[in-house]
Design a binder for this molecule. Structure first.
Ligand SMILES: [Zn+2]
Ligand SMILES: [Zn+2]
Length: 222
């Protein structure tokens, strides 16, 4: 398949402002995580936490179970650190995943239809409740070396629940605080968008160009 230059260029045009707002939401959630970790006496960077991640998932992706490879691995937030999922960087919400699963889950996260949590929804696509063209269902069929997707995903969900049970206080607090965190994140996101729009309008209002004609694209043949 040829790379779609036109689609990529169009997509890049609308992105800049919301990227800033999303970054601020991530900073807010990191600060809340710092407060929670201080209260709970444990952090994600504590060596004991790493040990518990390895004990639960080995050195495999917590979703698909494939061996992690250095350049195809990412730190994964089971509930993503965005204004929809409002996941936190706290013990019980962080593990390692392959980049393919991370990406497929991010697509799936925009729906949150099959469960209350991002990770749980991602691992609930066993083909029974989705339309036939569901991309996450297709992802699991493509990536899992098993005919029994349903059983594999059920086992993966239990692995994660068992892991999270060790960090019940963080998991429970995150769930209880979710509505409140979402409201704060939404407020920051909106305020940032408004601020950016107003400031940028003010800072560009006096720019006047005397261009007399549109651009003339050069021919690729010179
Ligand atoms: Zn994976
Ligand atoms: Zn599905």
């Amino acid at each position: 398949m040829k790379f779609d230059v036109s689609a990529a260029l169009k997509k890049s045009t609308g992105r800049a402002k919301s990227d800033v707002a999303n970054k601020l939401v991530s900073m807010l959630l990191h600060e809340i995580s710092r407060i929670a970790c201080a209260a709970g006496g444990m952090t994600v960077s504590d060596p004991r936490y790493a040990e518990s991640v390895v004990a639960a998932f080995g050195t495999s992706c917590l979703y698909c179970g494939k061996q992690l490879e250095p350049d195809r691995t990412t730190v994964e937030h089971l509930n993503g650190m965005n204004r929809v999922s409002v996941g936190l960087h706290v013990p019980g919400n962080v593990a390692m995943a392959c980049k393919k699963c991370n990406n497929a889950k991010r697509q799936d996260d925009q729906h949150l239809l099959l469960a209350d949590n991002g990770w749980e929804s991602f691992l609930s696509h066993d083909g029974r409740r989705c339309a036939s063209e569901c991309p996450t269902c297709a992802y699991w069929i493509g990536v899992l070396a098993t005919d029994d997707v349903e059983r594999y995903l059920a086992a993966a969900r239990i692995r994660i629940q068992t892991f999270q049970a060790q960090y019940q206080q963080f998991v429970q607090w995150s769930a209880d605080a979710r509505d409140s965190l979402r409201k704060r994140a939404e407020k920051l996101y909106r305020d940032c968008q408004t601020f950016a729009t107003n400031e940028i309008t003010a800072l560009t209002s006096d720019i006047q160009l005397g261009f007399s004609q549109g651009p003339r694209p050069s021919s690729p043949n010179g």
